[in-house]
Design a protein around this ligand. Structure first.
Ligand SMILES: NC(=O)c1ccc[n+]([C@@H]2O[C@H](COP(=O)([O-])OP(=O)(O)OC[C@H]3O[C@@H](n4cnc5c(N)ncnc54)[C@H](OP(=O)(O)O)[C@@H]3O)[C@@H](O)[C@H]2O)c1
Length: 218
């Protein structure tokens, strides 16, 4: 697939490289084309990788990934263009964390609404799936580095969009039964509110290389 990755940070770089490795074409988007990080991505990822503005990337992509800072995601997606997101699967990896008052950060959910829900409301024709926000960037794309089964969540209102997300995740190395359907996009509330616990666990373990596993009866 042609996948637009909006965001040039650690997450955009990891996802972009792994998407190219797993057979997709990737265009990385940022505020202005030709930035240092986007060009470094293109040079490293090689054939199948390109870069441009948020709008260039979103217009080109069949699937769009939001890997921008959580507090600026609505701004970045507005720059990507509502018309360029309409009808497309929008994988939202972002976490709305406010570090302005130090650590631990606050999860910003105005009126209790998650960023995933706010994105879905602001871009009603996009098919938003919240996923991968509950783990470190390297675990997202190389899940088999952890021993034993562990879980990745998908939350969204569109079942077909969640199936597309599942296929991308399986391409990264997730087992199909490790992909846990958390429900509609409102489930993004809990997925984002997990972040303070994730950060505490990272402090206790001294490494970001861990994840949770959901275990069910029967
Ligand atoms: N780090 C992790 O392991 C991890 C794990 C799970 C989820 N996440 C989430 O993934 C997202 C990406 O994290 P990251 O650390 O890779 O990157 P980041 O530094 O949070 O975000 C980088 C991107 O945000 C864009 N940006 C910054 N200010 C902007 C503004 N005012 N308007 C529009 N766009 C703006 C930048 O654009 P330019 O390219 O133009 O500079 C860049 O592409 C975050 O929401 C984070 O919470 C991170």
């Amino acid at each position: 697939m042609r996948i637009a990755v909006l965001g040039t940070g650690m997450v955009g770089q990891s996802l972009g490289r792994r998407l190219v490795e797993t057979g997709h074409e990737v265009r990385m988007g940022s505020r202005s084309a030709g930035g240092e990080k986007a060009l470094a991505f293109v040079a490293e990822a090689g054939e199948g990788a390109s870069e441009g503005t948020f709008a260039d990337a979103a217009a080109w992509g069949e699937v769009v990934v939001n890997a921008t800072g959580g507090l600026v995601s609505l701004e970045a997606l507005a720059a990507a263009g509502e018309e360029n997101l309409a009808g497309k699967v929008l994988l939202d990896i972002s976490n709305p964390l406010d570090f302005s008052e130090g650590f631990p950060p606050k999860v910003v959910q105005p009126d209790g609404r998650s960023l995933g829900e706010q994105i879905q409301s602001a871009f009603p024709e996009a098919r938003v799936v919240k996923t991968l926000n509950t783990m470190n960037a390297d675990v997202m794309v190389h899940p088999r580095q952890l021993s034993g089964p562990h879980s990745v969540f998908v939350a969204g209102d569109d079942a077909d969009a969640k199936a597309v997300a599942r296929d991308v995740l399986v391409g990264f190395g997730w087992e199909a039964d490790e992909v846990v359907d958390a429900g509609g996009i409102a489930a993004a509330r809990g997925l984002e509110l997990y972040l303070p616990l994730w950060l505490s666990l990272m402090g206790s373990f001294g490494t970001p290389s861990f994840n949770v596993a959901v275990v069910r009866a029967g």
